[in-house]
Design a protein around this ligand. Structure first.
Ligand SMILES: NC(=O)c1ccc[n+]([C@@H]2O[C@H](COP(=O)([O-])OP(=O)(O)OC[C@H]3O[C@@H](n4cnc5c(N)ncnc54)[C@H](OP(=O)(O)O)[C@@H]3O)[C@@H](O)[C@H]2O)c1
Length: 285
């Protein structure tokens, strides 16, 4: 792959996974990784100058304001990063002929449906994070034709702070943990998402648009926690509780399972079940 690819937000969970994937799979390509210190996407002049000088074919935007609860009190900052800057990135991508691969979230949905959500489903975000991510999607759609917006859910990996690493750590220190069972969705292993991103790039497809991607299967946070603890043989009781017993500043969708038929049929990909991927993550720890 000799295509020039700029990865923004290289120090985040997804950005780091892209680096790891390239190294493990020896992906040949011209990659430029930038962290927030190197390019803050809210510094529009620097963002434009960098893209102008690099002229990448693809930009993978791994940057985001991801503190879901904090976003409720830091709406302006979340909106700047997840919406305003994303719109600017789309405008710059258009000027320099770049295809933008942007990651969005299942939190654009309100969770009132109980069947898998397709890409055209009406978006009704419940909180500030979901709202700013949805507005960011719209900003791309309004400013650029060559984009892939991939909505994903419950992203985790074996590095950094995420549900998998946090629960694994807490479970080793405690006798029991209370985990909500009335929020249902699907975990997504970062490396599976990265593989899909590379499949899209390698396909050289111009089937631009919004796509849903998570691992296969359905579970609650309780099921996910119970399984990850059991697979690692950690002695900790995982106890089911209601979301109402664990109030958070931001409301989360009760159901956010996404229908992935569009991405599977467009790019001919197979998606591993969340249990299979979880098993692989644990086997490789
Ligand atoms: N995590 C999930 O469960 C989840 C679920 C669904 C969708 N997503 C989406 O998936 C994508 C990747 O998420 P992730 O889990 O990798 O998030 P993450 O670990 O929080 O990484 C986000 C990265 O963005 C960087 N960043 C924030 N503001 C920036 C700015 N102004 N300029 C440049 N970089 C900036 C952060 O920099 P610092 O390292 O300096 O903080 C961080 O490295 C995001 O779009 C997110 O919305 C995530």
């Amino acid at each position: 792959m000799s295509t020039k690819i700029l990865v923004l937000g290289a120090n985040g969970q997804l950005g780091k996974s892209i680096k790891e994937y390239i190294s493990i799979h020896k992906i040949d390509g011209d990659f430029i990784f930038t962290t927030r210190t190197e390019i803050d996407i809210t510094d529009f002049a620097k963002l434009e100058n960098t893209i102008k000088s690099i002229q990448p074919s693809y930009i993978i935007n791994c940057t985001a304001y991801t503190a879901v609860d904090k976003a409720e009190s830091e709406l302006e900052q979340a909106n700047l990063i997840n919406n305003i800057a994303v719109g600017k990135l789309a405008q710059i991508s258009k000027v320099y002929g770049c295809t933008l691969i942007h990651i969005s979230t299942d939190f654009v949905f309100d969770g009132t449906k109980n069947t898998p959500l397709i890409e055209d489903e009406k978006c009704i975000p419940l909180g500030a994070y979901g709202k700013t991510k949805f507005d960011g999607e719209q900003a791309i759609i309004q400013n650029l034709e060559s984009y892939f917006i991939i909505r994903t859910s419950w992203l985790y990996s074996s590095i950094g702070a995420n549900f998998f690493t946090n629960i694994s750590k807490y479970a080793r220190d405690r006798v029991s943990l209370n985990i909500v069972y009335d929020q249902v969705g699907t975990p997504t292993y970062t490396m599976d998402l990265v593989e899909t991103i590379f499949n899209i790039i390698l396909s050289k497809s111009n089937s631009f648009g919004i796509y849903h991607y998570s691992n296969e299967g359905v579970c609650s946070w309780y099921d996910f926690a119970k399984e990850l603890v059991s697979m690692q043989k950690i002695e900790c009781d995982i106890l089911p509780i209601l979301s109402a017993q664990y109030p958070t500043p931001a409301k989360r969708p009760a159901y956010s399972v996404m229908d992935k038929n569009k991405i599977k049929s467009t790019f001919g990909i197979q998606i591993p079940h969340w249990r299979e991927s979880l098993g692989n993550v644990i086997a490789n720890l």
